[in-house]
Design a protein around this ligand. Structure first.
Ligand SMILES: NC(=O)c1ccc[n+]([C@@H]2O[C@H](COP(=O)([O-])OP(=O)(O)OC[C@H]3O[C@@H](n4cnc5c(N)ncnc54)[C@H](OP(=O)(O)O)[C@@H]3O)[C@@H](O)[C@H]2O)c1
Length: 297
């Protein structure tokens, strides 16, 4: 696996987790196509699959050879994230400028979903964040399922999920309790239990605000990519076809992530809609025209 080298001093590196398919893969494609100064680490929990995807992407864009490398990375596994950090250190490539926490699951029990969608973000930021320079970007790929979940919560929990000053210990207490106790722990606290996914994304949005406060030197944003035609997205079709449901392509879903990675003036700690505009944490907002199209005139 050719790792990036520091040959180009202007170069900057971006890590994309869960980039073997779907939106993560489209983010990698977008970065290699549009930003020739960016070196991309294609995160893959199965390194072989990652290499296969890298091969496919390079077949379509051979000029990206040398600035696209696979980063073996299972965000649910502390050792794997630690090994990824060691690899980044050894590779000595261009400075890390962005982390896209895209890896996500909708299937599995509460613990399995939280380990990827919530703890995975934290693990990656803790281990890989130390390579981010000042102004480094973190984009957490969340979902409108988060605000939809919070909308169903009783007032006390709505306040919890929307509190801009939510303390890390309170957040950790809830996550740890739910990891131990499963759905029963939510019910015992008066939290709704429609399934793990929306809860995990509400937590991912709250974690985004916490990370922004803990790291004022970074710009951290959460977003929804919209309803996107991927393996995960198709789980929510409810009998409709992707066209009937108005699903976007992965490339369209990747746009807001590329925007949040690159646009100036992104406020740290917020949650953004698929149109790139700030969105409420406790209710769904219908997206409008994408802000990047407006900016382009
Ligand atoms: N599609 C939508 O409509 C939609 C809407 C809102 C939010 N999102 C969010 O968008 C993100 C990407 O989802 P997608 O729709 O592109 O889904 P997808 O096609 O199912 O892709 C999910 C990616 O995450 C990876 N992944 C899963 N568990 C992982 C782990 N433990 N460590 C590292 N990678 C892991 C998968 O890798 P493997 O190939 O190894 O399984 C895959 O590359 C997710 O966070 C999802 O919640 C999607």
């Amino acid at each position: 696996m050719p790792a990036p080298t520091a040959s180009d001093r202007a170069a900057r590196a971006v890590v994309v987790t869960g980039a073997t398919r779907g939106i993560g893969r489209a983010v990698v494609e977008g970065l290699t196509a549009r930003l020739p100064e960016v070196w991309v680490w294609l995160g893959a929990r199965d390194a072989q699959r990652g290499e296969a995807v890298r091969g496919q992407l390079l077949a379509a864009r051979p000029e990206a050879e040398g600035r696209l490398a696979v980063l073996p990375l299972d965000v649910a596994d502390e050792d794997s994230v630690a090994a990824a950090a060691s690899l980044l250190e050894r590779a000595g490539g261009p400075p890390l400028w962005g982390i896209v926490n895209n890896a996500g699951v909708a299937d599995g029990n509460l613990q399995a979903v939280l380990e990827v969608n919530v703890r995975g973000i934290d693990r990656v930021c803790r281990r890989l964040g130390r390579f981010l320079g000042p102004g480094g970007r973190v984009v957490n790929v969340s979902s409108a399922a988060g605000p939809n979940y919070v909308a169903r919560c009783p007032p006390r929990w709505r306040r919890f999920f929307t509190d801009p000053a939510l303390a890390r210990p309170e957040f950790e207490a809830l996550v740890t309790d739910c990891l131990r106790g499963g759905p029963e722990a939510l019910r015992a606290r008066g939290l709704p239990w429609p399934g793990a996914y929306g809860f995990s994304k509400a937590l991912a949005n709250a974690l985004t605000a916490i990370l922004a406060r803990e790291h004022p030197e970074w710009r951290v944003a959460a977003c929804t990519p919209g309803f996107v035609d991927t393996e995960l997205g198709r789980r929510f079709l409810g009998g409709r076809s992707p066209a009937e449901a108005g699903m976007k392509t992965p490339a369209q879903g990747a746009e807001v992530i590329l925007y949040l990675l690159t646009a100036p003036g992104i406020a740290s700690g917020g949650y953004y809609g698929s149109d790139g505009r700030p969105s409420p944490l406790d209710r769904y907002r219908e997206p409008g025209p994408p802000v990047w199209k407006e900016a382009a005139g």
